[in-house]
Write a protein that binds this ligand. Structure first.
Ligand code: BES
Ligand code: ZN
Ligand code: ZN
Length: 483
């Protein structure tokens, strides 16, 4: 989708359709909308969409009156949703060229960036394998406004949203078409395109490094495991911190020998959403060039119950030297992340953030609305929450008291990989904390938020691309002083 700023008056915008936000309790008199307000057909309620054709005085042949709710409550998140819903509506009518008017009181950079993000995110559909695809992508989206700084804001919005869609496209791939080596291939291609160094560690190297926890999970699959490393370094020496992004890359989670019920198992292709988010975030950071060095680590495996699969009761030795009793082979994400976290620390990362579709328990706790945030360090927790707020993604802090560690006791090894019936999202996070050790670390459990079961007006069903925007913002906003 081509993104631009349209400085001419909206009436002259050379588009097939123009989107005009209208507010609740504020009658829009232009474009013949006044009568519709008077009759109650248009109210300005949030996400109410009214498409009109051939409105006199407009170069565009269509106008979409887009309900924005109460003007005083309208924020960038509202703008993102509104632009997304409007673009999806126009896309379903095969509209190719779109312009969106920025109301003068909402013409700030943040609103422009959010509108561009919403448009690009709304344009994504997960149906690429339908052979009779009738949904053609939108060709262009212009922000109609004359405020200063719109170009920079729109460009930032474009970079971030395209990265998020890149992540969604990866997550959307079924496990037969995207194996661990396939993820590595996609990461390499992205890194080459944006000039980032990328290494892919293969089984022999993982064995040499002593990554017994990761290798144990990979054992049951015919697909070999990989650990993908993508690096970004700023041109000039800036903050002393080095951010490590670690993402769970399980291309399919059958549960292994502790096999999952077949109902809904097809969704477990999205168990690499954390890893895909890290690759997407690096794609955006390569273009936005934050002051801080950032390295992404994506352990990729397929969790299968093959003849060589690990068994409940097996004891593996992680890279840190800690031994783990594998009580449940379906708690595999924490095992691969354990080794990746240790490796990230050895590579010099001073701050770690991981994202993982880690537990069903986080879905029980927070539903599908909030990412669960667990952090060992208040400063880092504050940064992550601040970044999420600016980026318009919802995260909710969860507890990590030391006492939870008792839940992970094993009679035979240093740790068990599961913690019993209660507090499953917390005990999973506690397990990871054992491997982050003293390094400031934050864990994002995205099991409930990385996949939408039902389409929203502004977002298709399927992969959401959470938490790409938060991660990008975390890196670009980083300053040492507040560390
Ligand atoms: N990938 C799953 C978690 C998950 C569940 C993601 C639902 C998305 C939606 C993870 O590997 C898993 O199976 N976790 C188990 C842990 C249990 C065995 C302690 C779970 O949550 O049931
Ligand atoms: Zn699992
Ligand atoms: Zn899993």
């Amino acid at each position: 989708m081509q993104i631009s700023i349209e400085k001419r008056p909206l009436e002259q915008a050379p588009a097939d359709a123009v989107i005009v936000p209208v507010f609740e309790g504020r009658k829009e008199d232009r474009f013949g909308a006044g009568d519709l307000f008077d009759s109650g057909e248009v109210s300005g309620k949030a996400l109410e969409l009214t498409l009109l054709h051939h409105v006199p005085g407009l170069a565009a042949s269509r106008i979409l009156l887009a309900g924005a709710g109460k003007a005083e409550k309208f924020d960038p998140a509202g703008m993102r949703g509104l632009a997304g819903a409007a673009v999806r509506r126009l896309k379903s009518a095969s509209v190719k060229k779109i312009a969106m008017w920025l109301p003068p009181e909402h013409a700030a950079a943040e609103f422009a960036a959010a509108a561009v993000e919403g448009a690009i995110l709304g344009d994504f559909d997960p149906d690429r394998y339908k052979t009779a695809d009738d949904k053609k992508p939108v060709a262009s989206f212009a922000i109609s406004g004359s405020a200063a700084g719109l170009e920079v804001a729109a460009e930032r919005g474009r970079i971030v949203a395209e990265a998020q869609n890149f992540t969604r496209a990866l997550v959307n791939e079924p496990a037969n078409r995207l194996t661990p080596r396939g993820v590595a291939q996609a990461a390499r291609a992205m890194a080459a395109e944006y000039g980032l160094p990328c290494e892919v560690l293969e089984r022999a190297q993982l064995e040499q490094l002593g990554m017994g926890a990761l290798l144990g999970v990979a054992q049951g699959s015919a697909e070999p495991p990989v650990l993908i490393v993508i690096r970004y370094a700023p041109a000039e020496v800036g903050p002393k911190a080095h951010l490590g992004l670690v993402g769970k890359g399980v291309t399919f989670d059958s549960g292994g020998i502790s096999i999952k019920p077949s109902e809904g198992m097809e969704k477990m292709k999205y168990d690499m959403a954390g890893g895909a988010a890290m690759i997407g975030a690096m794609r955006a950071l390569a273009q936005l060039k934050p002051a801080i060095p950032v390295t992404a680590f994506i352990p990729c495996v397929e969790n299968m119950p093959g003849g060589r699969a690990q068994r409940p009761g097996d004891i593996v030795t992680a890279m840190s030297g800690k031994t783990v009793e594998v009580i449940n082979t379906d708690a595999e994400g924490r095992l691969i992340l354990a080794d990746a976290l240790v490796y990230a620390r050895r590579q010099g990362c001073t701050h770690l953030v991981d994202a993982a579709t880690l537990t069903g328990a986080i879905v029980v706790a927070l539903g599908h609305l909030n990412v669960g945030l667990f952090a060992s360090d208040e400063g880092l927790q504050g940064r992550v929450l601040g970044a999420a707020k600016s980026a318009g993604e919802r995260l909710w802090p969860m507890p990590l008291d030391d006492d939870y560690k008792d839940y992970l006791k094993s009679a035979f090894a240093d740790l068990a990989n599961v913690g019993g019936r209660w507090g499953g999202a917390v005990t999973a996070a506690m397990f990871l904390k054992e491997f982050a050790e003293g390094t400031p670390w934050a864990h994002l459990d995205i099991a409930g938020t990385a996949w939408l079961d039902e389409a929203k007006p502004f977002l298709a069903k399927g992969p959401t691309g959470v938490p790409v925007r938060t991660l990008v913002r975390l890196a670009t906003d980083w300053k040492d002083s507040t560390a």
